[in-house]
Design a binder for this molecule. Structure first.
Ligand code: PLP
Length: 430
């Protein structure tokens, strides 16, 4: 193993400005990742950008991972990283948890591409509907994106309207991604629904949203995850609930990430129960997973026995591997004390990192709730330097400063991150 050098041990050359410092950290990174560099060149020939999941790219090139155990990732060049990114919140259990591995191996023994209904999907649906107050009935998908697409379609069908309320900076999937309100900066790959993009956590802005005559549903994250770990106020969520009730608009909570914030999800934490909920990420135990569910009368649209007119296709919706991994996760890995402990650790880390940046008088700050947190910077170049400083100390965050703590992250790991960034904040020049 090559021991990664500490950022504090490697001060940048005197007199260099931020851009020079970035050039220097990229050079050093490339120096100690020669095999990943070669693999990046190879991958770029056959995949644009050298990957098939855009968020995984960072400059000068991402390391190639070869494995993960517990809190750690290992790369092709022999480095080890404590994983604070947690697969963008899909890795809540840490890497390669035994019970999930065992459940998948056991399931495989009975065959996996069965093309028929089986017992595990019912068991999983029971677990999910017991856990999340808004879910009487549920259906599975293969991703959070798909879960949101299905939930929106179902909600519009139920309300018989065609407008979808969403909020600025929200990310509900690769085809449901929203920039600033009124800027027209919708993601070019977005699906062509009639969206109204309102301002997140702005009660005043709800007047305009609810003035839309064709508003059929509103999709919201109680804490925007990819949007920067921005929590909504409980008042905003209650007001949204209230207005949706008044107008009979279907309220959808995207809990693909936020369901990790308490045993019963953000809806339990904030005491606001939506009509529909979408799930994904960690609940699938690291396998491909998504789910959408909600009130029985809304979900009845999929029931042929009661004349429901919707069908939900999807060859792999009930795939045995995901069902088995999700069942093991929800049954054995995530009881209430475990979830609370991870979230408390996250709340402590938010405070500790914020204190470091304040003490250093750096234009960096931390937002989040529980185990979802994000470092923000007034100048993204600072974030680039911070990201590489952590990486060179063997600490892996998402490039954009996002972190999703897993069960395997300990207080000692958090302390290491705080000390690393404290040391870095003393040597950084801007
Ligand atoms: N919803 C939220 C809140 C997410 O954070 C994401 C992914 O980051 C999605 C939906 C999409 O999930 P998936 O990547 O599984 O399609």
């Amino acid at each position: 193993m090559t021991a990664p050098l500490s950022a504090a041990d490697r001060p940048v050359p005197p007199g260099s400005e931020l851009d020079d410092q970035i050039t220097e950290v990229h050079r050093r990174y490339a120096e100690v990742h020669p095999r990943s560099a070669a693999e990046h060149v190879r991958a770029k020939a056959v995949m644009p950008g050298g990957n098939t999941r855009s968020v995984l790219h960072f400059d000068p090139f991402p390391f190639r991972v070869i494995g993960g155990e517990g809190s750690d990732l290992h790369d092709l060049d022999g480095h080890r990283y404590v994983d604070f990114c947690g697969n963008y919140s899909a890795g809540l259990l840490g890497h390669s948890p035994d019970r999930v591995r065992d459940a998948v191996i056991e399931a495989l023994a009975d065959g996996w591409a069965l093309g028929a209904t089986h017992l595990r999907e019912t068991e999983l649906a029971e677990e999910i509907s017991e856990r999340f107050a808004s879910i009487d009935q549920v259906r599975f998908t293969n991703s959070g994106t798909e879960a949101n697409l299905m939930a929106i379609g179902t909600a519009l069908h139920h309300s018989n309207k065609d407008k979808v309320g969403v909020f600025d900076h929200a990310y509900h999937g690769g085809v449901l991604s929203f920039g600033d309100p009124g800027s027209g900066s919708h993601h070019p790959l977005n699906v062509p629904y009639a969206f109204h993009v309102a301002v997140f956590d702005d009660i005043g802005g709800l007047d305009r949203l609810f003035a839309e005559p064709d508003l059929g549903c509103v999709v919201v994250e109680a804490v925007q995850g990819a949007g920067g770990c921005r929590p909504a106020s409980p008042e905003f969520l209650s007001e949204l609930r209230h207005r949706c009730d008044d107008r009979q608009v279907v309220l959808i909570f995207d809990e693909v990430m936020t369901s990790r914030l308490s045993f019963g999800g953000a809806q339990e934490r904030y005491g606001v129960i939506p009509d529909m909920t979408t799930l994904g990420k960690y609940l699938g135990g690291g396998m491909t997973f998504g789910a959408f569910g909600g009130r029985r009368d809304i979900m009845a649209a999929f029931d042929p026995a009661t004349g429901g007119s919707l069908t939900q296709a999807g060859t792999f919706n009930n795939n045995v591997v995901s069902m088995a991994a999700a069942l093991a996760t929800i049954r054995y890995e995530l009881d209430s004390p475990t979830i609370d402990a991870i979230n408390k650790r996250g709340d402590d880390l938010i405070r500790a990192l914020d204190d470091v940046f304040t003490a250093a008088d750096l234009p960096l700050w931390v937002t989040g709730a529980g185990s979802m947190l994000c470092i923000h910077a007034a100048d993204t170049r600072l974030l680039e330097l911070l990201f590489h400083a952590a990486l060179s100390d063997g600490l892996y965050l998402a490039r954009r400063g996002y972190m999703a703590l897993s069960k395997s992250i300990t207080d000692d790991h958090c302390e290491r991150l705080v000390r690393c960034l404290e040391a870095w904040s003393k040597v950084i020049r801007r």
